[in-house]
Design a binder for this molecule. Structure first.
Ligand SMILES: [Zn+2]
Length: 447
């Protein structure tokens, strides 16, 4: 039996889940212990990484995460607008020299997050649910608060205490907000996201809210933006009771955060409250997104259905979304993933290729195209896709494994074993590593 037939026969749905999962990487930090001056309080605090390390984490990991969220939206005006709002806040923060940068990512779920060096994203899903620039400023202000209070570095510092003597500290490199509110369903990208993005403590959340309110009012925004944002998040949770359980386990404070925003906006920031909310400017800048709203909504439904493994129904929602917006990158990738899960490899491949035409250079479609080519037994094309993916998003060890599989379908045992060995050497201990090891054993290359 040829290798590719063997491979295809053995390919199960479960294999596909891990084949198509973008690996989430835990960061191994150099041995860093140290005290730093807390930018907010001026006191000495233990941090697990230097400011240089923070920037390094952004460089290394933020491109992977943005790609897991389907890349920045292909609307340069919208990205520039969101980044300008962020920059207007950044000037008056405790750490004005951090290279803050913000973008909108194509993901549909409701989320915003930042890396420790100031690389931020908000999803198009959350943008669609807000209705003034003041809310956007509140959202970004909160993320900016996390950066300023160095919450990731402090968490890493706490990790060092917890694992005193350990050689390396695994630290959540970026931490996520509002994830519980999301119609989370995207199997592949969420595997990556959840590994990369951990949660903040309640105290960190409270501090980020307080700092966010401070920064946004300093930049001239109305504190009601924070109140409205919290109200929106709170009612989102209530409208979607099926998501409440996740929400309460990961983010049990929506009422408290709303009440605090309301109280602070009245008491501490009451004098900033007179200014009119910037609704029109926000609506103008997000008009392109609003036109896509029916497609985004259908995709959200499809993602929820996929999470429940109702693949047929999910497919019909993605189909509906593509009828509204045939050239939507995210819509094509989602449809491709849904078809992949149903083993409709050729159709899946068509959607991934279409997605790559729509958004050349965005990694996820290239990666998924490699997976669908692999499933179709087209080793050379799969290999080309994974090589292209490595160019766009270097450093994802999973492609080492997948290239090994591709070489195997091409009967190139030598190249396959080299890639399997490299994958194991990269420190992975997952199902793929086990598979790779078994192959090396079967070929007599390890005992
Ligand atoms: Zn937060």
């Amino acid at each position: 039996m040829s290798h590719d037939r063997f491979f295809r026969r053995e390919m199960t749905r479960r294999d596909f889940l891990w084949l198509s999962g973008i690996a989430g990487a835990a960061v191994t930090l150099p041995q860093l212990t140290g005290c730093a001056t807390d930018p907010i309080t001026g006191q000495q605090v233990l941090v697990g990484m230097s400011e240089q390390d923070e920037l390094g984490i952004d460089r290394k990991h933020s491109p992977q995460q943005f790609s897991a969220d389907y890349g920045a939206v292909q609307d340069p005006e919208l990205n520039r607008y969101v980044n300008e709002v962020e920059r207007s806040l950044a000037k008056n923060t405790h750490r004005p020299d951090v290279p803050y940068n913000a973008r909108v990512v194509n993901a549909n779920y409701i989320n915003a997050y930042t890396f420790p060096g100031g690389s931020m994203a908000c999803t198009r899903g959350i943008l669609l649910d807000m209705d003034s620039e003041d809310e956007l400023a509140a959202l970004l202000g909160h993320e900016t608060g996390h950066v300023n209070a160095r919450h990731s570095a402090k968490q890493a510092g706490r990790g060092m205490i917890a694992q005193a003597g350990a050689m390396a500290v695994n630290v959540a490199v970026a931490m996520s907000d509002y994830r519980g509110a999301a119609p989370l369903a995207n199997i592949a990208s969420q595997v990556g996201a959840s590994a990369l993005l951990a949660g903040y403590s309640r105290n960190d959340e409270r501090q980020a809210d307080a700092l966010g309110l401070d920064y946004m009012t300093r930049a001239g925004y109305n504190p009601d933006g924070m109140v409205n944002l919290m109200d929106m998040l709170r009612s989102q949770h209530k409208e979607k009771p099926s998501l409440l359980q996740t929400m309460f386990s990961s983010h049990p404070m929506s009422d408290e955060r709303y009440d605090t925003a309301q109280r602070e906006a009245t008491d501490a920031y009451g004098s900033y409250r007179g200014k009119a909310l910037s609704r029109e400017r926000y609506m103008d800048h997000t008009a392109s997104l609003r036109r896509l709203a029916p497609a985004i909504k259908a995709q959200q439904e499809g993602e929820s259905l996929m999470a429940k493994k109702s693949l047929d129904e999910a497919e019909s929602r993605f189909d509906k979304a593509l009828k509204v917006a045939p050239d939507d990158y995210c819509g094509n990738v989602l449809m491709g993933k849904c078809l992949l899960a149903q083993k409709e490899y050729a159709n899946a491949d068509r959607h991934f290729s279409r997605a790559s035409e729509i958004y050349p250079g965005e990694g996820q479609a290239i990666y998924q195209r490699g997976v669908s080519k692999l499933a179709l037994g087209r080793g050379p094309e799969a290999l080309a896709a994974f090589n292209a993916y490595d160019q766009v998003l270097p450093g994802n060890a999973t492609t080492l494994f997948l290239k090994g599989v591709a070489y195997e379908t091409m009967q190139d045992k030598r190249a396959a074993s080299q890639h399997y060995a490299a994958y194991i050497r990269s420190g992975q201990k997952d199902a793929q590593a086990q598979f790779a090891f078994q192959r090396l054993q079967a070929w007599g290359m390890v005992k």
